[in-house]
Design a protein around this ligand. Structure first.
Ligand SMILES: *Cc1c(COP(=O)(O)O)cnc(C)c1O
Length: 415
């Protein structure tokens, strides 16, 4: 059954959209349809204002006094509490610090320490690569530790979880296909085998409602520069369930994780709570950009966000299949919206050149090797008419063969 949505119908859907007003909270260049908020979220005036205050007033005038007077020292925890609302983690369990890669290292190391006598780390062969690189790094520091991968050592992750496994590292939403994992079921499966789970929320924080506490999660990590719009290289977050905090030891025992950093004592004594997952001095200008971005998130109803996210992506799939048939595009993402994050991927042998041709026409998505065209749907600033126009451009690029222009074959460093 196909319903045929034309531009006027898509505009009518925008007019009826309860999240429509959120679009005005972002700055986006004219003539751009931005379908890459899953890699780098859009900027907002609130962010610029926060960065300006932090730089000109707090740093420029307040100088060193601002560590106390501007709340700088506690900013990683304060922002962690606010992200907690978006990922279903009660206060005191999330801190904004370091990068996702570094936080994966800390979480895996801490989880292995909580399960002495078990030496396996389970992860996905199709994981975002840095997760696996960091897992290799952790395994290399622990004699006897080994990595078992879904898709390599067994077809399904469930089949790898047994009583030798200390920790399972899972991407909540796969970065390439957009497949959404069942957090409650997999957490339970791991716990039944006595293992812990580290959830990587890079493509689900700010993309859909997440319920860490309700699922009994142990650890989680995630980016703030993707769906949360914290800015390029904005610091990541790490969540550690309250019940694990006192015994969870992360290996980067820097002074910001110490119970009394300004006592300048000899000997490391970890803070009793989530602070122990910090390492050194945190980047205040980046944190302030994130604070501005979270001001926008404070107004967002996550259920409404999820509903619109699925509707945008469903419309995109429907229109691509109706208008771009015969050009070798194959849907890589789950068709069922309830099993998908907030992105849609298609494979095509010439995906890189096609994406470059789209970007040259103002439709910005991204390419993931070897053959994925990836489109992110960020319901706060993308509407139904944007989806319609993006597919119109894609259909045109394919029908005319415009992507065959040799300049679109030249690979850039960042794709
Ligand atoms: C984007 C992403 C990362 C990025 O890690 P950084 O340390 O911020 O570079 C890690 N894991 C997943 C699943 C991602 O999608």
């Amino acid at each position: 059954m196909t319903r045929s949505v034309d531009l006027a119908a898509a505009e009518a859907m925008d007019a009826a959209d309860p999240l429509r007003a959120m679009r005005d909270r972002f700055v986006l260049p004219q003539g751009v349809i931005y379908l890459d908020g899953n890699s780098l979220g859009a900027a907002s005036p609130t962010v610029f204002a926060e960065v300006d205050i932090a730089a000109r007033q707090e740093w420029g005038e307040g100088l060193i006094r601002s560590w106390n007077t501007a709340g700088w020292f506690d900013m990683p925890l304060e922002l962690g509490h606010r992200i907690g609302r978006l990922i279903g983690g009660a206060a005191g369990q999330t801190v904004v610090t370091d990068t996702t890669s570094i936080n994966i290292y800390k979480a895996l190391h801490a989880a292995m320490g909580l399960r002495p006598g078990r030496n396996a780390i389970v992860a996905e062969g199709g994981s975002f690569p840095t997760d696996l690189y960091m897992a290799e790094g952790v395994a290399a520091t622990r004699p006897g530790a080994r990595l078992k991968l879904e898709g390599v050592d067994a077809p399904a992750i469930e089949d790898l979880i047994d009583d030798t496994v200390a920790v399972v590292l899972i991407n909540h939403v796969n970065y390439k296909s957009g497949e959404l994992r069942d957090m409650a079921a997999l957490t339970k499966r791991a716990h039944d085998a006595g293992a812990l789970v580290v959830w990587d929320l890079c493509h689900s924080a700010g993309a859909l409602p997440v319920e860490l506490d309700a699922c009994g999660a142990d650890f989680a990590v995630g980016c703030t520069y993707k769906y949360l719009n914290g800015g390029p290289g904005a610091p990541a977050f790490i969540y550690v369930a309250k019940r694990h905090q006192a015994e969870a030891h992360q290996p980067l025992s820097g002074w910001w994780g110490h119970a009394r950093p300004f006592a300048f004592e000899q000997g490391y004594d970890a803070d009793a709570g989530i602070r122990r997952f910090q390492c050194g001095t945190q980047g205040m200008l980046s944190l302030r950009a994130l604070k501005g971005a979270l001001d926008v998130w404070d107004e967002v109803d996550m259920q409404a966000l999820r509903k619109k996210s699925i509707a945008l992506a469903d419309l995109f799939i429907e229109l691509v299949e109706a208008r771009c048939a015969g050009h070798g595009l194959a849907l890589e993402s789950p068709r069922d919206g309830s099993k998908r994050g907030s992105q849609v991927s298609f494979t095509q042998d010439n995906a890189y050149a096609i994406m470059q041709a789209l970007i040259a026409r103002g439709v910005i998505g991204d390419f993931r090797a070897p053959s994925t065209l990836r489109f992110g749907f960020t319901p706060l600033y993308i509407g139904y008419a944007d989806v319609w126009k993006a597919v119109d451009v894609l259909a045109n690029v394919l029908a005319t063969g415009a992507w065959k222009d040799p300049r679109f074959a030249v690979r850039a460093a960042v794709t």
